[in-house]
Design a protein around this ligand. Structure first.
Ligand SMILES: [Zn+2]
Length: 158
């Protein structure tokens, strides 16, 4: 069980870089989707690559509305969010042919949320033994594919 939830503990960006504001609110407003790794925008939510992925293809579905709880989004947003989770699952299977998927949300700092003030759903493809090819050097993770390459592949199918 630990293994399932631990991947989502590390922070999306360092606190030094963005001392104020909310990254999940700021990034879509910047209108620089390629650099910010936003692969898809829907009406109430968007899909973004995790800049510090646990596995290649690690995505997050994020509502545009700033809220720290599930009660903070309305029915339409909630419904679309899950539709996007399904789409992400489908696209990731098309592109990466994983052997499994992890879906999950950490609500609150105590639950391990890196950015607790704005809810987001993780969707990440898994392969048997995938933890073996991850090497942790300080806070840098060495992954088998560059993020720009992952972005290009997923952007093409969304
Ligand atoms: Zn926010």
């Amino acid at each position: 069980m630990d293994r399932l939830w631990n991947p989502w503990r590390f922070q999306y960006v360092s606190k030094e870089k963005r001392p104020e504001g909310c990254i999940f609110c700021d990034l879509p407003r910047e209108n620089n989707d390629e650099e910010n790794l936003i692969v898809h925008r829907a009406r109430f939510n968007y899909i973004i690559l995790n800049r510090y992925p646990y596995t290649t293809g690690h995505l997050m579905v994020v509502p545009f509305v700033h809220t720290d709880s599930l009660q903070g989004i309305d029915g339409a947003t909630s419904q679309e969010l899950f539709e996007l989770v399904r789409a992400a699952d489908d696209k990731l299977r098309q592109v990466y042919r994983p052997k499994g998927m992890n879906l999950g949300m950490n609500l609150g700092e105590a639950a391990g949320a890196g950015i607790a003030e704005h809810i987001h759903m993780h969707v990440l493809p898994r392969w048997i033994g995938d933890a073996n090819f991850l090497t942790v050097v300080g806070e840098t993770r060495i992954l088998p594919e560059e993020l720009s390459e992952t972005y290009r592949k997923l952007k093409a199918v969304f």
